[in-house]
Design a binder for this molecule. Structure first.
Ligand SMILES: Nc1ncnc2c1ncn2[C@@H]1O[C@H](COP(=O)(O)OP(=O)(O)OP(=O)(O)O)[C@@H](O)[C@H]1O
Length: 240
């Protein structure tokens, strides 16, 4: 089995795409330092993830938004800011709440929100600390199509302006192409890199940019990679 050997460029957005169960979330959790690889190593700027967490800041928004249920949306964001010892600018928290489309819900507790709203609150919390590295695992999974489109417009602007390094796991091929500078296509478990695609579409990318011939060709290439991966003979994990 070939090892997964990846280098992520600072300040760029990379999407990981692959079939369910191939290990995308596990890879993201290892980059976040939440799991340890059984072989090999994860380094961020030559250091282990724990150092990035401390220095440049590392934020995650995973499928399960994991908001504190007894705190409001604003309270959850403020807690993250407090833990990161970051004092927000005036109105900054409110601007983030507006950005993710939660205007009027700043004082709502997670139980008063829908699944998609909770995910958006988690995105606002992840952005609030201005992390150097942002890890997003299916962050828009429960978000409606229209809001997804809006977030796909707004979030890359923030990442770019702040020079955030973003790694994104998504099941949506068009979303991967729309949001990223690079798409890594993975095979079924145990994952191998099937394709590594530079997305050189101009930025900013309006919604219409996703419908260009160039974007369509890139989407086709990702699908071709996924199909190639599915056709690959994968060893069972038990046999390794
Ligand atoms: N290379 C590997 N070695 C050992 N276990 C693996 C490997 N890849 C995946 N797994 C295991 O497979 C399971 C599914 O992995 P994971 O949740 O990371 O997949 P995923 O690609 O994120 O799936 P989904 O797209 O459905 O969320 C986990 O239990 C994980 O530990």
């Amino acid at each position: 089995m070939r090892p997964v050997d990846l280098t992520f460029s600072a300040g760029r957005t990379t999407a990981l795409v692959g079939p369910s169960g191939c290990g995308k979330s596990t890879l993201l959790r290892m980059i976040a330092g939440l799991e340890t690889p059984s072989a090999g190593a994860i380094e961020i700027g030559g250091e282990p993830p724990s150092q990035t967490l401390r220095k440049a800041g590392l934020s995650v928004a995973f499928q399960d938004p994991s908001l504190l249920p007894w705190r409001s949306v604003r309270g959850n964001i403020e807690l993250a800011l407090g833990l990161a010892r970051r004092r927000p600018g005036p109105d900054e928290v409110d601007q983030l709440i507006t950005l993710v489309g939660l205007d009027g819900f700043g004082d709502a507790r997670p139980a008063e929100l829908s699944g998609g709203m909770r995910q958006r609150a988690a995105i606002a919390r992840a952005l609030a600390t201005r992390p150097g590295l942002l890890l997003l695992d299916e962050p828009f999974g429960a978000v409606d199509e229209l809001t997804r489109t809006q977030l796909a417009q707004d979030l890359p602007r923030i990442w770019e302006a702040r020079g955030t390094t973003t790694i994104l796991v998504t099941h949506s091929v068009s979303e991967a192409v729309h949001l990223s500078d690079r798409v890594i296509v993975l095979s079924p478990r145990p994952a191998e890199i099937v394709d590594d695609i530079a997305i050189d579409l101009p930025r900013p990318r309006p919604e219409t940019a996703t419908r260009s011939d160039e974007a369509a060709a890139l989407v086709d290439r990702v699908f071709a990679g996924l199909a190639k991966g599915m056709a690959m003979d994968r060893p069972t994990l038990a046999a390794q």
